[in-house]
Design a binder for this molecule. Sequence first.
Ligand code: FMN
Length: 155
Amino acid sequence: MLTQDMKRVVQQHPLGYVATASADGTPNLSPKGTFFVIDDTTIAFAEIRSPATIRNLEANPRIEVNFLDVFVRKGYRFAGNASIVKRGEGNFDHLVKMSGSSLAPRIKAIVVISVIKALPLVSPAYDDGVATEASLRRTYTTRFRKMQPGEKFEE
Ligand SMILES: Cc1cc2nc3c(=O)[nH]c(=O)nc-3n(C[C@H](O)[C@H](O)[C@H](O)COP(=O)(O)O)c2cc1C
């Protein structure tokens, strides 16, 4: 179900924006930079400091995550069900190893997401048929380079 390009985006841009639902229906959105691919239908992130996300998932495992390749202005949105593997339980140690995270000692749990829906995200910048991945990559790599400390930002 996860295509090669979906896996590439998660691997190269592992900062996923995680949406969960609070008990009162309020949306909760926060970034997780520890995402990794487990297999063709499963992704995961490390719970280090995400109390509201975990509280929400314990009551309601539905989750949605957005990933973006910010240079080509494309990405994916994944919806699924989360299960929480806590330190000392199940295959926690194996999952931490798979994550490759440098913060391993601080990981309290691995949130494993079984993906049930995967859709592409494409910027409207492509809608006129003029912009290409190559042209947007050029534009945004230049823009990000100019954001380096000490560089003056110009359009
Ligand atoms: C770039 C970035 C990456 C982050 N990665 C993670 C992560 O992988 N795991 C985690 O638990 N918290 C991570 N955080 C911290 C949480 O997003 C932050 O503590 C947030 O307030 C948790 O909100 P929540 O309780 O609603 O989930 C990250 C924050 C930033 C800015």
